[in-house]
Every structure is written in C-alpha cells, then in structure tokens.
Design a protein around this ligand. Structure first.
Ligand code: 13P
Ligand code: 13P
Ligand code: MG
Ligand code: MG
Length: 393
C-alpha cells in the first residue's frame, strides 16, 4: 500500500502599480479597483487563478493573487498587466493624476518585472493552516521593510519565539540584494546578525529580498517564508517618476513568527525615505484600510497589514485589517508627533534626503540653474594657508 501525502504547492503573488492618483498622489479611485475586480473575476472564472483581492494603499493599486503557476509566470503577470492597462484607461477617463505612472511600457513581453510594477511572490507547500500577511506601503521604498522584517525574524526582543520556541530557535537565512550593483548575498541568523545589520542598515541600497528556513527547520529550506518587492522605477524610467512603494508577503505560525510577532515591529513608526516628492525622511504610520490615504505633505508614509488564511480551494480567507486596532494608536500618535517634528526642518536635512539620494529627484534641475554662477575660491584658501598664526603684531 502506498501512503499518499498531499503536497500542494501554491503561489501567492502581490503585483502592484500606481496607475493614477485621486487627486494628486493621495488615493486610488474606487473605479480603478472595480476595473481590477472585474478583470480578476474573469481570470478566476476561467480558472487561471484560484482567488484574488484587489485593494489599495494611497495611490497604489495592489493585486493579491493565489494560483499554482509559481513566481514570474507569464500567464499570471499578463493578467496583472491587463488589469493595470484597463485601470490606466479608466484613470485617463477620470483625469486622475499621473495616469499610468508606474506602467512604463505598453509592450508586455512575458513578465511585468522591469516594466514598473512591484512584485512579491511566494511559492510554498501549503500547510493545513497557512496564515499569510500582506503588507502594503505607500510613499516609501523597499528598504522600509528592512527594520520590521529583521525584527520579526531575527530580533529576540521583538519575536519571543526565537528564544522560547525550539522550532524558531535555530534562526533563518536572509537573502539580501544590493539594488545598486544588482548582486545578492545569503546570511544566516543569529550567527551573521551583525553583518546582516551592517548591510540592511543602509536601507536605500541593501534590501531584504527573501527569507528562508534553515536546513534544520521543519519547513523546506528552499521555500521562502518572506518576499519583498524590490523593483526600482528609476532603473526603468531613468528619471524620477515616483517612489518604489513596496509590498511584502510574510507567512506566520508553526515554526514561523506568530501573527502577533509579525505585527509587533510596526508598533515602532521608524523613519523611512519617501514622503513628499520621494525626497524626505519621515515616520511610517501603521493604518487601517479606512485611513490608507495619504494627506499631510503627501503622507506621512503609510503601511497597511492584511491577514489571510488559505482555504481548501486556495481561496483567500480575509482580509483581516490588522492595524484597525487601538493597540496601534500609540504608534500612530508617535508617527503624528514625529511628523510635526520632522516637518519643522522644512528644506533641511535630515528631513530632506541627503544629496546622493536626491540625485534622481527634481533637485538637480535646480542646481543646474546655478551652474554658471559658481566662482572659484581657491585663491582665498591659498591666502589662508600663508597666514602665520604664530606672528602677533
Ligand atoms: P504556533 O507556533 O503553534 O503557531 O503558535 C504559537 C503562538 O501562536 C503563540 O502566540
Ligand atoms: P508616489 O510615489 O506614491 O506616486 O508619490 C510620488 C510623490 O511625488 C508624492 O509627493
Ligand atoms: Mg503617484
Ligand atoms: Mg504611491
């Protein structure tokens, strides 16, 4: 007799795109989500996907899909591309701002990567219960996930299970991307923690891409438990068109951080870069879907956390709007206070991003206008050097 074990591999994908803001960069018009739902319902009807959720944070339209095709799949990506094209048409009709902002090419060639949209995908063997959380951010960049995800999977002061649960105690493997050099490195926690922090503290360059269970873990070590979108718009467009508002997928429980451990790091509204014109540091505010629209100074940067289970037919059971909870009121208050404090710096760093990070914003256009007005000061320096400080008249 053969023992038949059901090993269903499932893929959860978030594919997101700013196809137009309502108004400015603040929110997403409900009709864009309606277009998305309509098209995704058709894809579900023809059994190309199991299930979907179409939602937004700020001006970013987020599609959460379950299917069995694996990551980077042409059929799945073309469904998303079709949604974004349709939503862009609707955005144009409605006169929304920056219609098609992140859809930088209209020639789909098998994959939306490198076309503007952000992508986070996890393929894994489905457990009996599969708690999975989608984090969606607006007005910031992929490195904004470094701190909270490090805390979830590597900080014992945040995730108690790392200390008290034998299933988490051996730690995890982090895949970190250098988004400038287009290289990656794998680092194990806890043994490589300091090296990991040395990299991911520089969050504009080194970004946590995925996390894997280690060999000794009860889950397969080649199936990621975290995925973060790392697409950089400026690499595609060659100029500033918007920030790379990121998304992440995190699996939880049974050898992974509990849902509450996954949420805990967001009680600290850490500073991220983005906000107004993609050019400022500010706190990330955890918000409910009802508050997922950007207002003050086009922000402050926001994150929503949506929790799901997957049913026997691989439907998304949810979302649970995790930050719709007074337990995060203090974080929101702190973010509002930090917003006041940072705003008072006006155009000064470190509210405004350092010059190196401003390279791909509109600031160089201002600096260029002064190009002919600069005068040399070399002579003054020479004079200063010849002064003998020991000589007193
Ligand atoms: P599991 O590790 O069994 O998923 O549960 C731990 C937990 O939820 C504690 O809060
Ligand atoms: P988005 O990246 O969300 O489109 O915002 C761009 C911007 O300039 C906000 O001020
Ligand atoms: Mg926008
Ligand atoms: Mg946005």
């Amino acid at each position: 007799m053969f023992l038949v074990i059901s090993m269903t591999k499932i893929t959860v994908s978030i594919i997101k795109c700013d196809v137009g803001g309502w108004p400015g960069h603040s929110s997403t018009h409900p009709r864009l989500e309606a277009v998305a739902r309509d098209r995704l319902q058709k894809a579900k009807g023809s059994e190309k996907i199991f299930d979907f959720e179409a939602t937004h944070v700020g001006d970013d339209l987020n599609l959460i899909l379950t299917h069995q095709n694996g990551p980077d799949d042409e059929e799945i990506h073309s469904i998303a591309f079709d949604v974004f094209e349709g939503a862009t048409e609707e955005a144009k009709r409605l006169g929304l701002y920056g219609a098609g902002q992140d859809l930088l090419s209209d020639a789909f060639s098998g994959n939306v990567r490198g076309m503007g949209p952000g992508v986070a995908e996890l393929e894994f063997t489905k457990r009996t219960s599969e708690p999975i959380l989608a984090f969606l951010m607006d007005k910031t960049e992929p490195g904004a996930f470094n701190l909270p995800i490090y805390k979830m999977f590597a900080d014992p002061f945040s995730t108690a299970g790392l200390v008290i649960d034998p299933n988490l105690n051996h730690g995890f493997t982090f895949e970190v991307w250098d988004v400038k050099e287009h290289t990656r490195v794998f680092l194990n926690t806890p043994e490589d923690s300091y090296k990991l922090l040395a990299l991911i503290g520089a969050k504009e360059r080194f970004v946590i891409k995925r996390i894997f269970p280690k060999d000794e873990h009860k889950l397969p070590s080649d199936e990621p438990v975290v995925a973060v979108s790392t697409e950089k718009l400026v690499d595609v467009a060659g100029e500033y068109v918007g920030k790379d508002d990121p998304v992440a997928l995190v699996r939880a429980q049974s050898g992974l951080p509990a849902v509450g451990e996954v949420l805990e790091p967001f009680s600290f509204p850490h500073l991220v870069s983005g906000w107004m014109r993609g050019s400022h540091n500010g706190p990330i505010m955890p918000v409910s879907m009802d508050d997922a629209d950007c207002t003050r100074f086009d922000g402050p940067p926001r994150v929503v956390g949506l929790g799901f289970n997957l049913d026997v037919d691989h439907n998304l059971v949810g979302p649970v709007d995790h930050f719709d909870d007074p337990a995060f009121d203090n974080a929101r208050q702190k973010a509002a206070d930090i917003t006041d404090y940072m705003r008072q710096h006006g155009p000064f760093e470190p509210h405004r991003l350092p010059l190196e990070e401003m390279e791909y914003t509109t600031l160089p256009g201002i600096l260029d206008t002064l190009e002919d007005q600069w005068e040399g000061v070399e002579e003054d320096y020479q004079k200063a050097e010849t002064v003998n400080v020991g000589e007193v008249e």
